[in-house]
Ligand binder design. Structure first.
Ligand SMILES: [Zn+2]
Ligand SMILES: [Zn+2]
Length: 128
């Protein structure tokens, strides 16, 4: 695993100046209704967060204010953890040296855990 935070992001991680949904600029908070914004408590999509119930207006945690970082949420962490996939009659796991590799977010959500203190994805402890 590459822990060097100064390393260039892999070229297959798409860099965007603004959020594709709400057009927040890099470092700016997403719009309240933004599809892309993550819940900072669970790491999952904020719009779909179970804490956010418009009908009852009840919440069991504060989803926080996610900001656009220039890449799709999770892409950099999937790349850092070496989770890659490619389209080949369905998404198939692959390795970073595959020229068609894209960050494997499905694997990120199953094989990594959201660290809400640090607001990042950490690898799950390996099973004995
Ligand atoms: Zn947004
Ligand atoms: Zn939430």
């Amino acid at each position: 695993m590459n822990e060097d935070s100064t390393a260039e992001p892999a070229p297959r991680i798409k860099q965007r100046a603004t959020c594709p949904d709400c057009a927040a600029a890099n470092g700016e908070p997403h719009h309240e209704q933004c599809d892309v914004a993550r819940c900072l408590w669970t790491g999952a999509q904020r719009l779909a967060c179970t804490a956010y119930d418009r009908t009852t207006r009840s919440i069991d945690h504060d989803c926080g204010q996610d900001t656009w970082t220039g890449t799709w949420p999770g892409d950099e962490y999937a790349a850092r953890l070496g989770f890659w996939c490619r389209w080949d009659n369905g998404w198939q796991p692959t390795s970073a040296d595959d020229p068609n590799a894209l960050p494997n977010l499905n694997r990120l959500y199953t094989d990594a855990t959201w660290n809400r203190e640090e607001r990042r994805w950490d690898p799950k402890p390996t099973q004995p």
